[in-house]
Design a protein around this ligand. Sequence first.
Ligand code: UDX
Length: 435
Amino acid sequence: MKVVMIGAGYVGLVSGACFAEFGAHVTCVDVAEDKIDALNRGEIPIYEPGLDDLVKRNHVQGRLCFSTALADAVPEADLVFIAVGTPTRRGDGHADLQYVYTAAKDVARCLSGYTVIVDKSTVPVGTARQVARIIAEENSEADFDVASNPEFLREGAAIGDFMRPDRVVLGVESERAEARLRALYRPLNLIETPIHVTNLESAELIKYASNAFLATKISFINEMSDLCEKVGADVQAVAKGMGMDGRIGRKFLHAGPGYGGSCFPKDTLALARIAQEHGSAVRIVEAAIEANAAQKARMVKKIREALGGEVAGKTVAVLGLTFKPETDDMRDAPSLAILPPLMEKGAIIRAHDPQGAEEAHGLLPDGIVYADDIADAVCDVDAVVLMTEWNQYRNLDLDGLRQSMRGRVFVDLRNVYDVEQMCEAGFDYISVGRS
Ligand code: UDX
């Protein structure tokens, strides 16, 4: 099976490497020459656990190669995946499809023999059909089908999610396209992965609806956390009690500083726009978006109040900047919304992140001191804010920390620590949804 993956970004690179591991011959094509050169030298442009080894192994074994030349790879391909970015369009919240459509045009000109063109990027409902129109217009001779195969990969756990998915969703229009995609995913038959076959529009909507539902679950528990603080309940006990009901489930009920990342903020916004365009109401999704912004604002207030209402001249150590652990991705990270207002009010920030500091540099205001290690970050600070639950921050030496700090405020935005233990260790400990 010969596969072309257009876009060697997060989704394209992970998916391409995993298909190669399944035994397919994969060419990842990207317009960014420096990225392709780096990949050919064995350098991986993103941090994702396990990806380095997977890429190198399949590259050395000749099943995974990298190129900028679409025209060399596409004529041979059985399947061409489009995995380019679909960022939020400035101004209106719609997904920007220019890269998808350009890829479709470029592919159309190089097709030879029956080929299945598969949308892997998260795209609004109707995009696959639009891609089919573009290809047919561009090349009236082309023998092809278009399919939709959304990804459900979590950053930091993407390889595992690809190799052991809960389901594979295939939006197809013909038996031929379905058979080809099923053949590609055949290795997953061994672990009895459900393959859910639908039409194009349903597959496209499944992706948005899934992400919006998960984002709603997080916003729901975040709003509960605020109520918990006001009535004296403990949000973790509440979430556990709710999650024991099999209909609710215990996952995605961790209160925190609000969801971030490359998917939930962008996809909830795009779904709201799609619905508006079709005259359909998705009030719950809109509320989840608003609640998420409110949660981030609440975290700013929480930190300010923990410091006695006045942050000017106070030094705050921030542990973790990325939107979640095990990634260097800073896209829509809560730190980007929480730190600037504190700095505007005069707070001095010393930050540490195991992988994200470099990217954070360009996104956060100047003036932040980026510490090389945790000890350096917390030295002589008035407060520590645990922003992202990296493993390194889960087992801090509490006595040592207390001694190296000037103050004793510890704001735990991920509820990593036990309230009693932190109070006993001498901290003014504030967390989310726990009194
Ligand atoms: C998500 C989806 O899980 C994945 O299926 C989809 O294809 C891409 O988007 P990802 O963005 O990598 O994956 O991260 P995820 O682990 O889902 O977390 C997203 C955000 O929600 C993070 O900021 C995380 O900290 C936050 N979160 C998650 C919570 O605040 N509470 C939770 O209970 C779960």
